[in-house]
Design a protein around this ligand. Structure first.
Ligand code: PEP
Ligand code: MN
Length: 269
């Protein structure tokens, strides 16, 4: 990539500021359900996240099953933040609702389908800087690394946005996993930029029994964290249950990831 110099991704300065999603010497694990289904479901899973000693929880509030007008998922997010002191990550799907969602959460997630939605990226850039939010930018499943880094430029238009890249699998000819997890993206990104990068093994493989080995691999290859779908009753999950770790698997994943993290002298948070 010979236009590296033009890409303003050199943001290591301040990487250990307390409000940044990725902190030096830590592997950040974000865990939670694909979608916020009900108060009971979200609260039960929040307890698992808290018991595991994690700081960040995920949960989609704008899923097709959630009415765009009710904001119920967002209300639950506020309650869980109050009850358990967890920081919250949720996806933003259109420019009009970014500001509203940002009032409730700590981290705005941009999904694979929206990596090239430049109107959304520009709005997120503005809101993230005004409201001091971090942003997770998932890789478009057909995007090259160069296109992904150029999307970061849109997010950086309004200031020094705390952008964290997330590799979540790309589309290949291989059907035995949902997508193909491009683990080489981690060292490539580390070579081209100083942006932090996390891995989403759940959407990449699409099957819970493959999530633990790929989580381990993600840490081994140098990822700064993971975003993982978990559920206390995966069989009853309304969405993506087949890839969600149950509570026993979640603990096992954390145990193994902690072991790998130690190799790099890092702790889990
Ligand atoms: C998600 O994380 O809930 C999600 C939909 O992921 P992706 O955008 O990677 O498909
Ligand atoms: Mn999902």
């Amino acid at each position: 990539m010979n236009d590296k110099k033009n890409i303003k991704t050199d943001k290591s300065a301040g990487a250990d500021k307390p409000d940044k999603l990725i902190q030096k010497d830590y592997i950040t694990i974000i865990a939670g359900p694909c979608a916020i289904e009900s108060w009971e479901q979200f609260e039960t899973i929040a307890r698992v996240v808290k018991d595991c000693g994690l700081s960040y929880m995920r949960g989609g509030a704008y899923k097709p099953r959630t009415s765009p007008y009710s904001f119920q998922g967002l209300e639950y997010i506020v309650e869980i933040k109050k009850l358990y002191g967890l920081k919250m990550v949720t996806e933003v799907t259109d420019a009009e609702t970014v500001e509203e969602v940002a009032k409730y959460v700590d981290v705005l997630q941009i999904g694979t389908r929206n990596m090239s939605n430049f109107a959304l990226l520009k709005k997120v850039s503005k809101v993230a800087n005004e409201m001091n939010k971090s942003v997770i930018l998932k890789r478009g499943w057909s995007a090259t690394i160069k296109e992904w880094l150029l999307a970061v430029e849109y997010l950086s238009l309004e200031g020094d946005t705390d952008v964290v890249l997330c590799e979540r699998g790309i589309r290949t000819f291989e059907p035995s996993t949902r997508f193909t997890l491009d683990l080489s993206a981690v060292p490539v990104i580390k070579k081209l930029s100083r942006l932090p990068i996390i891995i989403d093994p759940s959407h990449a493989v699409g099957q819970s029994d493959l999530v633990i080995p790929m989580s381990r691999a993600a840490i081994a290859v140098g990822a700064d964290g993971l975003i993982v779908e978990i559920h206390t009753d995966p069989e009853k999950a309304l969405c993506d249950g087949q890839q969600a770790l149950d509570t026993r698997q979640t603990k096992e994943m954390l145990h193994q990831v902690e072991y790998m993290a130690k190799f790099f002298g890092k702790k889990i948070r």
